[in-house]
Design a protein around this ligand. Structure first.
Ligand code: SF4
Ligand SMILES: [Zn+2]
Length: 284
């Protein structure tokens, strides 16, 4: 294997070790999308000897979902990794597009907000039912830098509670802890790794067609522009966040208390969880 790929894998393993993300005795599920990040996380965890399975929600977003599903299905077969496919229509009786248009007819809520809320709700429940100790996401350093800026620009510092290489503030039997093995890897580094591994024909690199107009895209463009002047701005943002995180967690601890949603029984910060609030908009 090329030197670069070896160093990259070592960087991911160091993050897992340094931040005690997971152990080899635990059952771990990777939330897959078919994209480069989650595929890379899945592969490196498996290769490093973790007890890992993939989990993917078929969002039924036409050709894009189809291609991603096929790619990750083939990848997992080749790598001998079990992949759990969740059919959104079976879970919700609808495709994500139908859900979104039903909600957006009544309220101005962005595509990714709706999709993200529904996906997180399903993934937590399914991962728990499958006996997961940890749920891995493919979040990378670029994502985290964008999240920091987005939370600041939205004026919601309490959202920092969910940040860092692992969600740690909340301990609850119904909530599966999320971990981010690629936390310190940039988009460019992960892309290069997948290319050096020869996976570039099996991975869809284009962004999801439904993310058009998302606030995240504006923030990404802004950070990329600033990065031309200082290549380390994203690293600096993330390093500063990690430095401040213990104090932020202490300050907002009270708002992180978990309750159970009165409608669905799933963990929630409010009496009614975000997913059930969205469902209410649909039937208004
Ligand atoms: S980019 Fe947005 S709409 Fe597309 S899968 Fe991700 S959250 Fe859903
Ligand atoms: Zn609910």
């Amino acid at each position: 294997m090329m030197e670069y790929a070896k160093d990259f894998e070592a960087k991911v393993r160091n993050n897992i070790k340094d931040h005690a993300l997971c152990s080899k005795k635990e059952k771990i599920f990777v939330a897959c999308s078919g994209g480069k990040d989650s595929t890379t996380a899945l592969y490196i965890l498996k290769k490093s000897g973790y007890d890992v399975e993939g989990i993917i929600i078929d969002l039924k977003m036409g050709d894009w979902s189809q291609r991603n599903l096929e790619n990750i299905g083939n990848f997992c077969r080749k790598q001998n990794i079990k992949l759990n496919v969740i059919d959104l229509r079976e879970e919700h009786g609808t495709s994500i597009c139908y859900l979104r248009s039903g909600i957006q007819e009544r309220e101005r809520i962005g595509n990714c907000t709706i999709c993200g809320v529904v996906r997180r709700w399903i993934l937590n429940r399914k991962a728990r039912e499958l006996g997961a100790a940890k749920l891995v996401t493919g979040h990378n350093l670029d994502d985290e830098a964008e999240n920091i800026m987005m939370n600041l620009l939205k004026g919601k510092p309490e959202l920092f509670m969910n940040m860092g290489p692992k969600t740690g503030a909340i301990e609850d039997a119904k909530f599966v802890q999320r971990i981010k093995p690629l936390y310190f890897c940039t988009n460019a580094e992960i892309r290069r790794y997948t290319e050096e591994m020869g996976w570039d024909k099996e991975i869809v690199y284009e962004p999801c067609p439904c993310s058009v107009g998302a606030f995240r895209r504006d923030v990404r463009a802004m950070l990329s522009e600033l990065e031309k002047k200082n290549q380390r701005i994203k690293q600096n943002l993330v390093a500063k966040l990690l430095d401040m995180l213990p104090r932020i967690k202490e300050k907002y601890q009270h708002s992180a208390k978990l309750k159970y949603c009165k409608a669905c029984g799933e963990p929630s910060r409010n009496d009614i969880c975000k997913r059930c609030q969205l469902m209410k908009v649909m039937v208004r």
